[in-house]
Design a protein around this ligand. Sequence first.
Ligand code: AMP
Length: 397
Amino acid sequence: MSNSLVLVINSGSSSLKFALIDTVSGEATLSGLGECFGLPEAVVSWKIDGEKHEHMLEAEGNHHQQAVDRIVALLEELGMKQDIVAIGHRVVHGGEKFTKTVKIDETVLEEIDNLSDLAPLHNPAHVIGMRAAMKAFPSLSQYAVFDTAFHQTMPAKAYTGAISQKLYKEYGIRRYGFHGTSHYYVSREAAKMINKPVEDSNFISVHLGNGASVCAIKNGKSVDTSMGFTPLAGLMMGTRCGDLDPSIIEFLLKKGWSQQEVFDELNKKSGLLGVSGLTSDCRGIIEAMENGHEGATLAFEIFCYRVAKYIGSYMVALDELDAIIFTAGIGENSQPIRSKILENLKIFGYREDEEGNAAARFGNAGVITKPNTPMAMVIPTNEEWVIAKESMELLHA
Ligand code: AMP
């Protein structure tokens, strides 16, 4: 294990996820979560051998720093700290500036902070997490891995909005796309599964979790993706509305809703939650649908219909297609969702292999369509692994 560990940090506004990745085995030797930052109940928790441990943070003060300091103390207690060689940070928005992983220094920190306009909930929180980690591990190199970087290969026709170019030039309004690390990882794994070099492979990757996005991947590169200027665009999600007529916003404002109320509605009260009136959790939706709940049934139908529509539209972005890839919490686990999406794609020849679909769950990869029909497969994603691997590669570059 020695000299192969990378600490991966995903710092949010009120939380901080961490994972210690062994870059030789690919395993997470330790993972945990700090949450409720800014509140008196702020806490860091982690699991060892399946057993959960918790450490309450002080009621006040810098909870990001306290959480990182507790993680450092934990790593020392477990005798792992000296084997950590680098720190990798997940960063949501790299704008047009960052097209690949970079080593973090003061200039990079400033540039990530300067992009806060584009990701106000995420980028400032990343910078706080990075500063805390730099203080706690002053001798280690730290790296930033961007969700947007993989999509920087999109052509202008895919990333440019049908709006005045002035808005792009003045404000940077364009499609950026997110979940890039996940789409990158599963497309590389899928290429291995079909025994083709990734540079010759074409996929439509479908990341279905609480957040959800589709990506058209041509010769290993992103050429279009469903999330846009922010992660609100595209598919229906757990609580996000996805694509929506922008006039609805003006309509609600005229009805007396405040800007914040409209924003909260579309980000936090829409999607599976809004339509079902029940839950944002896909498992709850499926269970309620099986019990005849009308709202849950409609939410399921819309969700699967919209994913299939996006997949259909991305056939246009590609000349050939090797496979559709399903990944993330819903994509990796929900047999009924995948089954319905494939049924919605029957015009393209997709035919579910029920046994394959049942088998490819709970961490198992596999093909879920019948032989001699267009292929769909499941690949469990592993964003932490990509962050650790890229950090390690840059460290040794
Ligand atoms: P993620 O954001 O990738 O963690 O995915 C979260 C989503 O995955 C939630 O909607 C969960 O309900 C869903 N999910 C996790 N496990 C399952 C499962 N066994 N069946 C269906 N959905 C699942």
